[in-house]
Design a protein around this ligand. Structure first.
Ligand SMILES: NC(=O)c1ccc[n+]([C@@H]2O[C@H](COP(=O)([O-])OP(=O)(O)OC[C@H]3O[C@@H](n4cnc5c(N)ncnc54)[C@H](OP(=O)(O)O)[C@@H]3O)[C@@H](O)[C@H]2O)c1
Length: 301
């Protein structure tokens, strides 16, 4: 198949492109800055910006299926408006080029739960992409565990750098982290299961954990003791500023992510598990892999 990957320079995109090439697809990537992108052998690079509709036509021409792996939190406070605009431009370009399927990796969370700006934005993008003349497959995920994931990087650095954490109520929110390799297996897998075209699925790892457990287990794997003290008065806004002091994740990304921690992000619809086979990596193993501490079991004899 002829595939286009947007967000190819990102945490998910840079792992998806080689996986699609390995699966035998012809892969094109859309990047804003070709000079800073080290394209895997076999991938064709197209330069374009989703905020500039005129720059997309060549990239979508002749494409069968396209991945949408883009968000613009890093560009500042008005990310919701920018992400809606980017999705509209892509939807129009893909529809007029006759693309058959678009695959979007969005966010988990229940609409009725008063979603944070970040999760609301992810859902808005999904709704905009759904307007296109193609089949949209949406995969909704919570925190993805892997080296370079902004949300996991926040967890890793907090767990690494603090012996004691004072947190608001969000430490008791439940989430369902997923290993990046499992995400890639789902993203590649849906292409060869025609019934996934036009559907929305929820994806998650085998462990449902509170953010407290996520932090404590990540600290333990890094060889630290972490004491978490929950207080009723600390607002998410205050804890976001405090996060800036401890981690080097840019505030423009960290703040929307931390506000999202008030929303439960757990899989309630398991249909995809019967359609696409993935390893289902346990959280602790995913963390070890992300930290580069993946150990190979040596069997004597
Ligand atoms: N990481 C997670 O834990 C997680 C969890 C759930 C869902 N997701 C979803 O997974 C998808 C990918 O996330 P990620 O973690 O890989 O993000 P990321 O590492 O921050 O990558 C974002 C990508 O978007 C591109 N981009 C931003 N604005 C663009 C524009 N105007 N035109 C073209 N490209 C643009 C960036 O390109 P530049 O290099 O040019 O900036 C980059 O390649 C997103 O939809 C996200 O919501 C991620």
């Amino acid at each position: 198949m002829n595939i286009l990957v947007t967000g190819a320079t990102g945490f998910v995109g840079r792992r998806l492109v080689p996986a699609l090439l390995d699966a035998g697809h012809s892969v094109r990537v859309l990047v804003r800055d070709a000079a800073s992108y080290d394209a895997p052998a076999g991938a064709s690079v197209f330069v374009g910006d989703l905020l500039d509709p005129w720059s997309l036509d060549d990239a979508v021409e002749g494409i069968d299926a396209a991945y949408y792996l883009v968000h613009s939190m890093g560009a500042g406070d008005d990310f919701r408006e920018r992400d809606r605009r980017a999705a509209h431009n892509f939807e129009r370009a893909a529809s007029s080029a006759g693309v058959s399927q678009v695959i979007y990796l969005g966010g988990l969370g229940e609409d009725r739960d008063h979603l944070s700006d970040h999760l609301r934005s992810r859902r808005e993008v999904e709704l905009v992409l759904r307007e296109g003349d193609y089949d949209l497959t949406t995969l909704r995920a919570a925190i993805i565990v892997g080296d370079g994931s902004a949300s996991f990087e926040m967890v890793r650095q907090l767990a690494d750098r603090l012996p004691v954490m004072v947190t608001p109520r969000w430490v008791n929110t439940k989430c369902q982290p997923i290993d990046i390799d499992d995400v890639i297996a789902y993203l590649v897998g849906v292409l060869s299961v025609p019934e996934t075209a036009g559907e929305t699925y929820e994806i998650g790892g085998p462990d449902v954990l509170t953010y407290r457990e996520v932090l404590e287990r990540t600290a333990e794997i890094q060889g630290h003791d972490l004491t978490i003290i929950q207080v009723p008065v600390l607002t998410p806004t205050l804890s976001a500023y405090w996060l800036d002091l401890v981690t080097d994740v840019p505030a423009s990304v960290a703040h929307p992510l931390i506000h999202g921690m008030k929303n439960t992000v757990v899989v309630t619809d398991h249909r995809i598990e019967n359609l696409v086979s993935v390893p289902g990596t346990p959280f602790d193993d995913a963390v070890r892999k992300a930290l580069g501490e993946d150990t190979v079991e040596v069997v004597d004899g």
